[in-house]
Design a protein around this ligand. Structure first.
Ligand code: PLP
Length: 435
């Protein structure tokens, strides 16, 4: 597999280089030079395969010989070791649950696969790989639990003190082993700025082998294609012919992976993006002008993104052709009040407790069906378990949440976090004193 930069299509880098550098120096994003089609015979019989078998077929088709088949199989078996079931709420509406991994969010797919790909490429190297990551909540848990115990790696997570939920904090701070948490007396933006400064500090690079677990890493995007094919396989085995996927979107990585799957031959009719009031993409699809705005805080805070970093990938997939994007992707935007009502509606009508991100996808799926009636299964993606967002869910609905077993056991564990001021010198001193 070779990749180019969306800013320079003449560039060619190896998969390994794209994995360790996340971003090309020109600030574009890495994209596969060719999007290979999955074997049509495989798609025709896809309902016969397991999630892991489907994942291997996709990854092998994309990555080629950069990871030998046996090693790739082992990576997938270790990384994708949890379920992603499609559950019907009524005859034509279903939810694809992506929160059955260790951090209870879909980001587990990306983080777990990426960690093992990095470990695979690191074997020949002796120096420990230092992964730095700033989180507003969900990314940190997925990265921490994704890298936990992965040999040759160490993760340092910076999170804003008092600004993540209880379950999120427990996932960040109770691991020990190769995971360290820094509780920053500041905001998520402060955390991100500290990490960014570290990456730009050449004197640090001479002493540590630094890498980022950035959400735009190609090794996080690839495994997110797996569950679209897997959902399609489950639906096909139930006799469903046509599918529309609705994706709650912030940085547009998740739906971007769906569109990559589409380009590889996933036979679905359409994609719908649901956003909160951070509506840069819906405005773009309506008006044709891309006008990013500063992000606004909402109940669906993992989608509070004013300038979605993966959008350029989607434009690249469609050769910058706005009409082509419009014919495949629709989008709708919802306020917090609408999101809250949707969580209540999901509970009242279906006894289904959803997180706010999932509720936005539900609303967008419903709206699309109203605007485009038809005989297709409307499948919306549930990106996180509701237990991670207690403050965003009405108390009487949250009471109905059943905590996953793992979350109950985390609660008893000691918190391991080092306090840190918003001070780059202190951060650097910590990294160098604890090598
Ligand atoms: C990260 C996240 C999203 C947004 O996904 P993108 O790939 O950034 O569009 C949605 N829901 C939850 C729960 C998330 O953690």
């Amino acid at each position: 597999m070779k990749l180019y930069s969306t800013e320079n299509k003449a560039l060619r880098v190896s998969f390994e280089e794209a994995v360790f550098h996340s971003l090309p120096a020109d600030k574009g994003l890495y994209m596969p030079e060719k999007i290979p089609a999955l074997d049509p015979a495989f798609i025709k019989n896809i309902q016969q395969y397991s999630l892991q078998e489907i994942a291997f077929q996709i990854a092998h088709t994309l990555i080629g010989d950069d990871i030998p088949a046996a090693a790739l199989k082992a990576i997938i078996e270790e990384a994708i070791n949890f379920e992603a079931p499609v559950k019907f709420l009524d005859a034509e509406t279903a939810v694809l649950e992506l929160f059955h991994g260790p951090s209870y969010a879909f980001k587990d797919f990306g983080a777990r696969f990426m960690s093992r790909v990095m470990a695979h490429f690191s074997k020949k190297d002796d120096q420990l790989l230092d992964v730095l990551v700033a989180t507003s909540g969900d990314t940190g848990g997925a990265v921490a639990l994704g890298f936990l115990g992965v040999e040759g790696t160490r993760v340092t997570i910076l999170y804003p003190k008092g600004k993540v939920s209880k379950v999120q904090e427990e996932q960040l701070t109770t691991n020990g082993q190769n995971i360290r948490a820094l509780e920053v007396d500041g905001t998520f933006d402060d955390c991100q700025a500290l990490v960014k400064t570290a990456f730009n500090d050449t004197s640090l690079h001479t002493q540590l082998r630094l890498t980022s677990a950035n959400s735009i890493n190609i090794a996080r995007l690839i495994p997110q294609t797996f569950y679209y094919f897997w959902a399609y396989a489950q639906l096909k085995s139930q006799g469903v012919q046509d599918v529309v996927f609705t994706v709650p979107s912030g940085n547009f990585g998740n739906i971007g992976a769906g569109l990559l799957a589409f380009k590889m031959g996933l036979p679905v009719t359409h994609f719908v993006a649901g956003t909160n009031v951070n509506d840069t993409v819906p405005r773009f699809l309506k008006k044709g002008a891309y006008e990013p705005k500063p992000s606004v805080q909402t109940l669906a805070n993992a989608m509070d993104v004013g300038n979605p970093s993966n959008w350029v990938r989607i434009q690249d997939l469609f050769d910058q052709d706005l009409e082509a994007i419009r014919s495949t992707v629709s989008s709708y935007t919802y306020t917090d009040a609408e999101t809250t009502l949707a969580m209540e509606e999901l509970y009242n009508n279906y006894k289904y407790v959803a997180c706010p991100h999932t509720a936005i996808a539900y609303l967008a799926a419903k709206q699309y069906k109203k605007d485009h009636p038809g005989n297709y299964a409307s499948v919306f993606l549930s990106t996180a378990h509701p237990c991670k967002f207690p403050d965003a869910i009405a108390a009487e609905v949250f009471e109905q949440v059943t905590l996953p077993e793992g979350a109950t056991s985390l609660a008893g564990k000691a918190k391991l976090a080092t306090p840190l001021a918003v001070d780059y010198d202190a951060f650097k001193a910590y990294l160098l004193a604890n090598k």
